[in-house]
Write a protein that binds this ligand. Sequence first.
Ligand SMILES: Cc1ncc(C[n+]2csc(CCOP(=O)(O)OP(=O)(O)O)c2C)c(N)n1
Ligand SMILES: [Mg+2]
Length: 313
Amino acid sequence: MSKFKLISTIKELPIEEGFSPGHGLCAGCTIPTIIRMVTKIAKGNIIVVSPTGCLEVSTSVYPTTAWKIPWIHVAFENAAAVASGVKSAFSVLKRKGMIVDDPFVVVIGGDGGTADIGIQAMSGMFERQDKVTYICYDNEAYMNTGIQRSGATPYGAWTTTTPFGVKSIGKAVLKKDLFSIAIAHKVKYAATVSIGYVNDMLKKLSKALINTPSFIHYLQPCPTGWRFDPALSVKIGKLAVQTGLWPLLEYENGKVKVTVSLTKRLPVTEYLKHQGRFKHLFKKYPQIIEELQSHADELAEEYGFSPLVSTPI
Ligand SMILES: Cc1ncc(C[n+]2csc(CCOP(=O)(O)OP(=O)(O)O)c2C)c(N)n1
Ligand SMILES: [Mg+2]
Protein backbone atom coordinates (compact mmCIF):
# COMPACT_ATOMS: atom_id res chain seq x y z
CA MET A 1 0.00 0.00 0.00
CA SER A 2 3.00 2.31 -0.38
CA LYS A 3 1.29 4.41 -3.11
CA PHE A 4 -1.76 5.10 -0.94
CA LYS A 5 -2.72 8.76 -0.72
CA LEU A 6 -4.73 10.32 2.11
CA ILE A 7 -7.75 12.10 0.60
CA SER A 8 -9.35 15.13 2.22
CA THR A 9 -11.44 16.80 -0.52
CA ILE A 10 -13.94 15.51 -3.06
CA LYS A 11 -11.86 16.92 -5.93
CA GLU A 12 -9.07 14.46 -5.14
CA LEU A 13 -11.31 11.41 -5.58
CA PRO A 14 -10.79 9.36 -8.74
CA ILE A 15 -13.60 9.48 -11.30
CA GLU A 16 -14.02 5.67 -11.50
CA GLU A 17 -16.99 4.30 -9.60
CA GLY A 18 -17.07 1.15 -7.44
CA PHE A 19 -20.83 1.32 -7.03
CA SER A 20 -23.36 1.99 -9.77
CA PRO A 21 -26.54 4.11 -9.59
CA GLY A 22 -28.83 1.19 -10.52
CA HIS A 23 -29.77 0.18 -6.96
CA GLY A 24 -33.03 0.19 -5.04
CA LEU A 25 -32.10 2.15 -1.92
CA CYS A 26 -34.69 4.77 -0.89
CA ALA A 27 -34.64 8.35 -2.15
CA GLY A 28 -32.59 10.39 0.31
CA CYS A 29 -30.61 7.39 1.60
CA THR A 30 -26.92 8.27 1.89
CA ILE A 31 -25.49 4.77 2.24
CA PRO A 32 -24.36 4.94 -1.44
CA THR A 33 -22.36 8.09 -0.69
CA ILE A 34 -20.04 6.46 1.84
CA ILE A 35 -19.66 3.39 -0.38
CA ARG A 36 -18.72 5.50 -3.38
CA MET A 37 -16.22 7.37 -1.23
CA VAL A 38 -14.53 4.34 0.26
CA THR A 39 -14.30 2.45 -3.05
CA LYS A 40 -12.84 5.53 -4.73
CA ILE A 41 -10.32 6.14 -1.93
CA ALA A 42 -9.22 2.51 -2.29
CA LYS A 43 -8.96 3.02 -6.08
CA GLY A 44 -11.06 -0.10 -6.58
CA ASN A 45 -8.52 -2.32 -4.79
CA ILE A 46 -11.09 -3.37 -2.21
CA ILE A 47 -13.29 -6.29 -1.20
CA VAL A 48 -16.48 -5.49 0.71
CA VAL A 49 -18.28 -7.92 3.01
CA SER A 50 -21.86 -7.15 4.07
CA PRO A 51 -24.34 -8.80 6.37
CA THR A 52 -28.05 -8.63 5.53
CA GLY A 53 -29.67 -5.19 5.68
CA CYS A 54 -31.01 -2.39 3.48
CA LEU A 55 -27.68 -2.23 1.67
CA GLU A 56 -27.69 -5.90 0.78
CA VAL A 57 -31.34 -6.30 -0.20
CA SER A 58 -31.31 -3.18 -2.35
CA THR A 59 -28.08 -3.73 -4.26
CA SER A 60 -28.14 -7.39 -5.20
CA VAL A 61 -31.59 -8.36 -6.43
CA TYR A 62 -30.98 -11.42 -8.61
CA PRO A 63 -29.85 -11.31 -11.42
CA THR A 64 -28.56 -7.75 -11.03
CA THR A 65 -25.91 -6.08 -8.87
CA ALA A 66 -24.93 -2.49 -8.17
CA TRP A 67 -21.43 -3.56 -7.11
CA LYS A 68 -18.52 -3.00 -9.48
CA ILE A 69 -15.96 -4.31 -7.00
CA PRO A 70 -15.89 -7.77 -5.36
CA TRP A 71 -18.64 -7.95 -2.75
CA ILE A 72 -19.67 -10.81 -0.50
CA HIS A 73 -23.00 -11.14 1.28
CA VAL A 74 -22.84 -13.32 4.37
CA ALA A 75 -24.88 -13.96 7.51
CA PHE A 76 -25.17 -11.42 10.32
CA GLU A 77 -23.19 -13.55 12.73
CA ASN A 78 -20.09 -13.97 10.59
CA ALA A 79 -19.55 -10.84 8.47
CA ALA A 80 -16.45 -9.77 10.41
CA ALA A 81 -15.15 -13.35 10.57
CA VAL A 82 -15.49 -13.74 6.80
CA ALA A 83 -13.65 -10.45 6.30
CA SER A 84 -10.82 -11.67 8.55
CA GLY A 85 -10.56 -14.86 6.50
CA VAL A 86 -10.50 -12.97 3.19
CA LYS A 87 -7.77 -10.65 4.48
CA SER A 88 -5.58 -13.49 5.74
CA ALA A 89 -5.95 -15.39 2.46
CA PHE A 90 -4.69 -12.37 0.53
CA SER A 91 -1.87 -11.81 3.04
CA VAL A 92 -0.65 -15.35 2.33
CA LEU A 93 -0.77 -14.73 -1.44
CA LYS A 94 1.27 -11.58 -0.92
CA ARG A 95 3.80 -13.33 1.32
CA LYS A 96 4.24 -16.00 -1.34
CA GLY A 97 4.86 -13.33 -3.97
CA MET A 98 1.73 -14.25 -5.95
CA ILE A 99 0.28 -10.72 -5.73
CA VAL A 100 1.92 -7.33 -5.19
CA ASP A 101 -0.78 -5.35 -3.39
CA ASP A 102 -3.31 -7.13 -1.23
CA PRO A 103 -6.75 -5.49 -1.34
CA PHE A 104 -8.34 -3.44 1.42
CA VAL A 105 -10.97 -5.56 3.12
CA VAL A 106 -13.95 -3.67 4.50
CA VAL A 107 -17.12 -4.78 6.27
CA ILE A 108 -20.09 -2.49 5.61
CA GLY A 109 -23.06 -3.38 7.81
CA GLY A 110 -26.08 -1.84 9.48
CA ASP A 111 -26.55 -1.05 13.16
CA GLY A 112 -28.58 -4.20 13.83
CA GLY A 113 -25.88 -6.28 12.13
CA THR A 114 -23.16 -4.46 14.09
CA ALA A 115 -24.44 -3.44 17.53
CA ASP A 116 -26.60 -6.53 18.04
CA ILE A 117 -26.38 -9.63 15.87
CA GLY A 118 -22.80 -9.41 14.55
CA ILE A 119 -21.06 -7.85 17.55
CA GLN A 120 -19.33 -11.06 18.62
CA ALA A 121 -17.56 -11.57 15.28
CA MET A 122 -16.62 -7.88 15.16
CA SER A 123 -15.22 -8.08 18.69
CA GLY A 124 -13.12 -11.11 17.75
CA MET A 125 -11.84 -9.37 14.63
CA PHE A 126 -10.76 -6.30 16.62
CA GLU A 127 -9.24 -8.36 19.42
CA ARG A 128 -7.13 -10.35 16.95
CA GLN A 129 -6.05 -7.03 15.40
CA ASP A 130 -7.02 -8.27 11.95
CA LYS A 131 -6.22 -5.82 9.17
CA VAL A 132 -9.85 -5.05 8.32
CA THR A 133 -11.92 -1.84 8.36
CA TYR A 134 -15.43 -2.11 9.77
CA ILE A 135 -17.95 0.54 8.67
CA CYS A 136 -21.30 0.62 10.45
CA TYR A 137 -23.98 2.61 8.64
CA ASP A 138 -26.24 3.45 11.54
CA ASN A 139 -29.84 4.21 10.58
CA GLU A 140 -30.76 3.50 14.20
CA ALA A 141 -33.16 0.58 13.64
CA TYR A 142 -33.71 -2.65 11.70
CA MET A 143 -34.99 -0.76 8.70
CA ASN A 144 -35.36 -3.20 5.81
CA THR A 145 -37.50 -5.54 7.89
CA GLY A 146 -39.93 -2.77 8.91
CA ILE A 147 -38.35 -0.29 11.37
CA GLN A 148 -37.81 -2.47 14.45
CA ARG A 149 -35.69 -1.08 17.30
CA SER A 150 -32.02 -2.04 17.55
CA GLY A 151 -29.43 -1.51 20.28
CA ALA A 152 -28.52 1.68 18.40
CA THR A 153 -32.01 3.21 18.39
CA PRO A 154 -31.90 6.44 20.44
CA TYR A 155 -33.76 7.16 23.66
CA GLY A 156 -37.35 8.28 23.10
CA ALA A 157 -37.54 7.27 19.42
CA TRP A 158 -40.60 5.61 17.94
CA THR A 159 -40.10 2.34 16.08
CA THR A 160 -42.66 -0.37 15.28
CA THR A 161 -41.42 -2.36 18.28
CA THR A 162 -41.12 0.68 20.58
CA PRO A 163 -44.49 2.34 19.94
CA PHE A 164 -45.42 5.37 22.03
CA GLY A 165 -48.62 5.51 24.06
CA VAL A 166 -50.06 6.36 27.45
CA LYS A 167 -47.36 4.38 29.23
CA SER A 168 -44.63 4.34 26.59
CA ILE A 169 -42.24 7.12 25.56
CA GLY A 170 -40.93 5.13 22.60
CA LYS A 171 -37.54 3.47 23.18
CA ALA A 172 -36.99 3.60 26.92
CA VAL A 173 -33.24 2.96 27.06
CA LEU A 174 -30.15 4.68 25.67
CA LYS A 175 -28.35 4.04 22.39
CA LYS A 176 -25.45 1.60 22.56
CA ASP A 177 -22.08 3.40 22.31
CA LEU A 178 -20.32 1.57 19.47
CA PHE A 179 -17.43 4.04 19.21
CA SER A 180 -16.41 3.35 22.83
CA ILE A 181 -16.86 -0.39 22.29
CA ALA A 182 -14.44 -0.27 19.36
CA ILE A 183 -11.91 1.77 21.35
CA ALA A 184 -12.10 -0.66 24.25
CA HIS A 185 -10.64 -3.23 21.84
CA LYS A 186 -7.61 -0.99 21.23
CA VAL A 187 -8.28 -0.77 17.52
CA LYS A 188 -5.71 1.24 15.58
CA TYR A 189 -8.22 3.83 14.41
CA ALA A 190 -11.89 4.70 15.07
CA ALA A 191 -14.04 7.65 14.08
CA THR A 192 -17.60 8.94 13.96
CA VAL A 193 -18.71 10.54 10.67
CA SER A 194 -21.70 12.42 9.28
CA ILE A 195 -23.02 13.07 5.77
CA GLY A 196 -23.16 16.75 6.76
CA TYR A 197 -19.34 16.94 7.00
CA VAL A 198 -18.00 15.33 3.86
CA ASN A 199 -14.35 16.42 3.98
CA ASP A 200 -14.07 15.24 7.58
CA MET A 201 -15.52 11.92 6.44
CA LEU A 202 -13.08 11.55 3.52
CA LYS A 203 -10.05 12.11 5.74
CA LYS A 204 -11.30 9.61 8.30
CA LEU A 205 -12.11 6.94 5.70
CA SER A 206 -8.60 7.31 4.27
CA LYS A 207 -7.03 6.90 7.69
CA ALA A 208 -9.30 3.96 8.51
CA LEU A 209 -8.21 2.04 5.41
CA ILE A 210 -4.53 2.17 6.28
CA ASN A 211 -4.65 1.98 10.10
CA THR A 212 -6.31 -1.36 10.72
CA PRO A 213 -8.18 -2.79 12.52
CA SER A 214 -10.40 0.25 12.32
CA PHE A 215 -13.97 1.26 12.94
CA ILE A 216 -16.09 3.95 11.27
CA HIS A 217 -19.46 4.84 12.78
CA TYR A 218 -21.58 6.59 10.15
CA LEU A 219 -24.82 8.21 11.25
CA GLN A 220 -27.20 7.40 8.38
CA PRO A 221 -30.30 9.64 8.38
CA CYS A 222 -33.15 7.41 7.14
CA PRO A 223 -36.11 9.29 5.57
CA THR A 224 -38.29 6.16 5.61
CA GLY A 225 -37.70 5.05 9.19
CA TRP A 226 -37.11 8.43 10.84
CA ARG A 227 -40.09 9.90 8.99
CA PHE A 228 -38.66 13.00 7.30
CA ASP A 229 -38.60 14.57 3.84
CA PRO A 230 -35.90 12.79 1.73
CA ALA A 231 -34.56 16.22 0.68
CA LEU A 232 -33.39 16.80 4.28
CA SER A 233 -30.89 13.95 4.79
CA VAL A 234 -27.76 16.12 4.61
CA LYS A 235 -29.35 18.84 6.76
CA ILE A 236 -30.31 16.28 9.39
CA GLY A 237 -26.77 14.86 9.31
CA LYS A 238 -25.51 18.40 9.98
CA LEU A 239 -28.03 19.11 12.73
CA ALA A 240 -27.07 15.92 14.58
CA VAL A 241 -23.55 17.36 14.83
CA GLN A 242 -24.52 20.98 15.45
CA THR A 243 -26.77 20.06 18.38
CA GLY A 244 -23.92 18.07 19.94
CA LEU A 245 -25.85 14.79 19.77
CA TRP A 246 -23.41 13.30 17.23
CA PRO A 247 -19.93 14.60 18.08
CA LEU A 248 -17.40 14.14 15.27
CA LEU A 249 -14.58 12.24 16.94
CA GLU A 250 -11.43 10.42 16.05
CA TYR A 251 -9.36 7.90 18.00
CA GLU A 252 -5.74 7.37 17.03
CA ASN A 253 -2.49 6.73 18.87
CA GLY A 254 -4.55 5.85 21.92
CA LYS A 255 -6.29 9.25 22.19
CA VAL A 256 -9.78 10.55 21.35
CA LYS A 257 -10.01 13.98 19.78
CA VAL A 258 -12.80 16.18 18.43
CA THR A 259 -12.39 16.85 14.69
CA VAL A 260 -15.17 19.44 14.25
CA SER A 261 -15.54 21.65 17.28
CA LEU A 262 -18.81 23.51 17.85
CA THR A 263 -18.58 27.24 18.31
CA LYS A 264 -22.37 27.60 18.02
CA ARG A 265 -24.33 24.73 19.53
CA LEU A 266 -28.02 24.41 18.70
CA PRO A 267 -30.77 23.09 20.98
CA VAL A 268 -31.60 19.41 20.37
CA THR A 269 -35.13 20.40 19.29
CA GLU A 270 -33.59 21.68 16.02
CA TYR A 271 -32.61 18.09 15.23
CA LEU A 272 -35.68 16.36 16.66
CA LYS A 273 -38.38 18.56 15.15
CA HIS A 274 -37.85 17.40 11.54
CA GLN A 275 -38.35 13.74 12.40
CA GLY A 276 -41.70 11.98 12.77
CA ARG A 277 -40.12 9.37 15.07
CA PHE A 278 -39.80 12.08 17.76
CA LYS A 279 -43.12 13.86 17.13
CA HIS A 280 -44.82 12.31 20.19
CA LEU A 281 -42.13 13.83 22.45
CA PHE A 282 -43.22 17.35 21.48
CA LYS A 283 -46.89 16.51 22.04
CA LYS A 284 -46.78 14.35 25.15
CA TYR A 285 -43.33 13.95 26.62
CA PRO A 286 -41.47 17.28 26.89
CA GLN A 287 -39.48 15.89 29.84
CA ILE A 288 -37.82 13.38 27.47
CA ILE A 289 -36.71 16.27 25.26
CA GLU A 290 -35.21 17.89 28.37
CA GLU A 291 -33.39 14.65 29.16
CA LEU A 292 -32.03 14.52 25.62
CA GLN A 293 -30.89 18.13 25.98
CA SER A 294 -29.11 17.28 29.25
CA HIS A 295 -27.42 14.39 27.49
CA ALA A 296 -26.21 16.77 24.73
CA ASP A 297 -25.04 19.25 27.41
CA GLU A 298 -23.01 16.51 29.10
CA LEU A 299 -21.37 15.60 25.78
CA ALA A 300 -20.68 19.32 25.16
CA GLU A 301 -18.93 19.58 28.50
CA GLU A 302 -16.90 16.46 27.80
CA TYR A 303 -15.80 17.67 24.34
CA GLY A 304 -15.47 21.38 25.08
CA PHE A 305 -18.32 22.62 22.83
CA SER A 306 -19.82 26.09 23.22
CA PRO A 307 -22.90 26.88 25.31
CA LEU A 308 -26.26 26.74 23.53
CA VAL A 309 -27.35 29.39 21.06
CA SER A 310 -31.09 29.82 20.80
CA THR A 311 -31.40 30.67 17.10
CA PRO A 312 -30.47 28.30 14.27
CA ILE A 313 -27.12 28.98 12.56
C1 LIG B 1 -29.83 -14.28 12.24
C2 LIG B 1 -30.86 -13.44 11.55
N1 LIG B 1 -31.81 -12.86 12.29
C3 LIG B 1 -32.73 -12.08 11.70
C4 LIG B 1 -32.72 -11.89 10.34
C5 LIG B 1 -33.77 -11.00 9.69
N2 LIG B 1 -33.24 -9.73 9.32
C6 LIG B 1 -32.86 -9.44 8.06
S1 LIG B 1 -32.32 -7.86 7.89
C7 LIG B 1 -32.62 -7.53 9.52
C8 LIG B 1 -32.40 -6.16 10.08
C9 LIG B 1 -31.05 -5.57 9.84
O1 LIG B 1 -30.94 -4.35 10.50
P1 LIG B 1 -29.68 -3.46 10.27
O2 LIG B 1 -28.44 -4.27 10.42
O3 LIG B 1 -29.79 -2.26 11.13
O4 LIG B 1 -29.76 -3.08 8.72
P2 LIG B 1 -30.83 -2.12 7.97
O5 LIG B 1 -31.95 -3.00 7.52
O6 LIG B 1 -31.27 -1.08 8.94
O7 LIG B 1 -30.05 -1.60 6.82
C10 LIG B 1 -33.12 -8.66 10.17
C11 LIG B 1 -33.51 -8.71 11.58
C12 LIG B 1 -31.71 -12.52 9.60
N3 LIG B 1 -31.60 -12.35 8.27
N4 LIG B 1 -30.80 -13.30 10.21
MG1 LIG C 1 -30.29 -0.33 10.67
